[in-house]
Design a protein around this ligand. Structure first.
Ligand code: GTP
Ligand code: MG
Ligand code: ZN
Length: 383
């Protein structure tokens, strides 16, 4: 689609949305747009690097990870509003200018304050704890409370802007399917780097194990997973269809806030339905010609689990690029690779073409999995 068509589509979409907003919201939108425009003029675009070419389709959704030390900052400057009128709530869903929040056992739709709207994609995410007040009988979110953890990425439509994916997560379940569409190690590696940087525990969940039927298929899967078995990250083999691994997944997520991440069609919503007795999440079969998903889940949503904790379903990611990571830091997020870095001649070795590189030697001798080293080099090149 050419730029002209895209712009016209966007205009039509925005016009449709505007009609749906009441007068006050329109005023807020216009004000935010003005401020955003002036911000864009003032700020140079941030550095980014694009997704692994191995990842499918558009490779258009780079990810920004917030470092642990940055997580201590509040998502935005607290407002000077009197805290007596403010009530705490949890963001369970988000749409443009609005959030669904859970407070005192109820779910309500709330507007975002102008300040939050301006930076919506970075300042508020599903999983955030917020303070809201009631203005003219309507809930309005005034403040986002300090986050424990946050996984964010650049806005796919405007990559120089940050978009927080989820907040306050204890566990991220990286879901991939043994078949239909198949395991994507490049994506697993990117998720692992991102989660390591954001301080969120990772769990690799290989779903659709029922589709692995021959000894050859089983061996091919084990070979793919072999490098990951050496890492401290837990790997869980699951099948929604025959129940394999479901009770373990249930107990691993129980009492914690977990997010399920992965490509479309790998079975994230199906797994969530399997561990949440209330089920009800929409699922859909993949495309017949390539087994890829149909992007059935269109927005992130959080649901509490009856036994304690909560789970967040997310839309399938096309790709998972990295942003805000220095080339020189990358190897530290590959623990298997880092184990050989001490043998390198240079302390600032990037482990690519430097002489006497311990990591490259380990990959050549088989002490380090070739696939992981190749993945490291691909990501390094993209930085
Ligand atoms: N054979 C098999 N099919 C499964 C399994 N789990 C899920 N599926 C099927 O895979 C398809 C996609 O499942 P979804 O749960 O919609 O996948 P998703 O990851 O939520 O996809 P998006 O919402 O598009 O991101 C559905 O037809 C499911 O029935 C499994 O363990 N085995
Ligand atoms: Mg889904
Ligand atoms: Zn080296």
């Amino acid at each position: 689609m050419d730029e002209k068509k895209k712009a016209a589509m966007l205009k039509r979409f925005l016009r449709g949305q505007e009609k749906a907003l009441d007068y006050e919201e329109q005023k807020e939108r216009k004000q935010s747009a003005r401020i955003r425009k002036s911000e864009r003029r003032a700020k140079p675009p941030r550095r980014r690097n694009w997704a692994d070419a191995e990842d499918d389709e558009a490779a258009q959704e780079p990810q920004k990870n917030i470092r642990n030390q940055e997580l201590g900052k509040p998502a935005r400057t607290p407002k000077a509003a009197s805290s007596e009128n403010l009530t705490e709530a949890l963001v369970v869903g988000l749409s443009s200018g609005r959030a669904v929040i859970a407070a005192e056992g109820q779910q309500i739709s709330a507007r975002l304050s102008t300040e939050i709207i301006i930076k919506q994609q970075s300042s508020i995410a599903v999983g955030d704890r917020v303070l809201f007040d009631l203005v003219g009988g309507q809930a309005r979110i005034q403040q986002v409370l300090q986050r424990q953890t946050c996984i964010s990425r650049p806005d796919p439509a405007s990559p120089s802007r940050e978009r927080a994916l989820v907040a306050n997560i204890d566990l991220a379940v990286i879901v991939t399917a043994a078949k239909e569409p198949g395991v994507r190690p490049g994506l697993i590696d990117r998720f692992l780097i991102a989660l390591d940087r954001s301080g969120v525990e990772a769990l690799i969940c290989i779903n659709k194990l029922d589709l692995v039927q021959t000894a050859e298929e089983s061996q091919a899967l084990e070979e793919l997973l072999f490098p990951y078995r050496a890492l401290s990250t837990k790997i869980l083999l699951c099948s929604v269809h025959n129940g394999q691994g479901i009770s373990e997944l249930s107990s691993l997520t129980s009492g914690r806030t977990s997010v399920f991440l992965g490509h479309s069609g790998v079975g994230k919503s199906s797994l969530l339905n399997a561990i949440d007795p209330r089920g009800g999440r929409k699922t859909n079969h993949g495309r017949a010609f390539d087994g890829k998903g149909r992007h059935t889940t269109s927005s992130s949503s959080l649901r509490p689990l009856p036994g304690g904790g909560s789970i967040i379903d997310t839309p399938g990611l096309r790709s998972f690029g990295l942003w805000d990571i220095e080339a020189g830091d990358l190897w530290q997020h590959f623990p298997d690779l880092a184990a050989h870095a001490r043998q390198c001649r240079f302390s600032n070795c990037l482990h690519s073409s430097e002489p006497d590189c311990g990591v490259r030697q380990a990959a050549n001798s088989g002490a380090l999995a070739q696939a992981r080293y190749a993945s490291y080099l691909r990501i390094l090149q993209s930085l």
